[in-house]
Design a binder for this molecule. Structure first.
Ligand SMILES: [Zn+2]
Length: 250
């Protein structure tokens, strides 16, 4: 009897303390995201490489590296269309504590490279506006007006935690992936990504690297890179929870 009560209490405590993470692999289905082509050889045709596929692969690995007592969900587990609104709604549905969107960058300049971590906040950087345009996709004008009000409220409520989450994830990527893969640290930045605002949670959007940079693309296609990168992201999430005391239960 005593053992049963102990078991029930343990289960209850672990249930209350379970952290819920929603991982969001960018794009999917008809939306390839950023793309590049592996040049043709005498024997092969050019191969199209899509951001959506690498983002999904890294996200699945992040899930694998997170502790088993965390509740971890993905906004998509296969190659399918998911709107920004659907992704955000899922955050409510699973009652996510954190929302983490994983993307790859693209540029018209083949020289641009490096990783960067974004969190939701106001900013005035023109270079970042270009990335926002791509990641925000095609939203109706009426949606963006409503969203602006929501964004202000969400920023006020979540920016400090999002900044902290960005810091721990970015720090871990710096520590365990940057040197090994000669990555350039492009920093932690503020941005207005609607998917982060709509999720209404502490959230970050990670751009793992540039698919339009040949060396970086080839690295990101490798399992070795994907595993190391995913592990760093997972470690950052764990650090965030360790540093952030859980709210009192009662
Ligand atoms: Zn993207």
């Amino acid at each position: 009897m005593k053992f049963t009560i102990f078991l029930l209490c343990s289960l209850l405590i672990s249930k209350i303390q379970a952290q819920t993470i929603l991982l969001d692999p960018g794009h999917g289905g008809k939306d390839c995201g950023a793309k590049s082509y592996i040049s043709a050889t005498k024997k092969t045709k050019p191969i199209k490489v899509c951001e959506k596929d690498i983002a999904l692969s890294i996200s699945k690995r992040v899930k694998d590296y997170l502790p088993k007592n965390y509740q971890v969900y993905l906004t998509r587990t296969i190659d399918r269309d998911v709107s920004l609104q659907e992704r955000a709604l899922m955050a409510d549905k699973v009652k996510a504590d954190l929302f983490i969107s994983i993307h790859l960058n693209g540029s018209s300049s083949k020289k641009s490279h490096g990783f960067e971590t974004f969190y939701l906040d106001n900013h005035n950087d023109i270079a970042i506006k270009k990335i926002e345009q791509v990641e925000n996709g095609l939203l109706e004008k009426s949606e963006t007006v409503i969203n602006q009000i929501l964004i202000d409220l969400v920023i006020e409520r979540t920016a400090p935690q999002s900044k902290k989450l960005a810091y721990y994830i970015h720090k871990n990527i710096n520590y365990s992936v940057k040197k090994k893969f000669k990555l350039k640290d492009r920093g932690i930045k503020k941005a207005l990504f609607y998917v982060l605002a709509l999720s209404k949670r502490p959230s970050v959007l990670i751009e793992a690297g540039f698919i339009t940079h040949k060396r970086e693309r080839d690295q990101m296609l490798s399992k070795k890179f994907q595993n190391q990168f995913a592990r760093a992201v997972a470690k950052g999430i764990v650090r965030y929870f360790k540093k952030k005391p859980s709210p009192p239960i009662f």
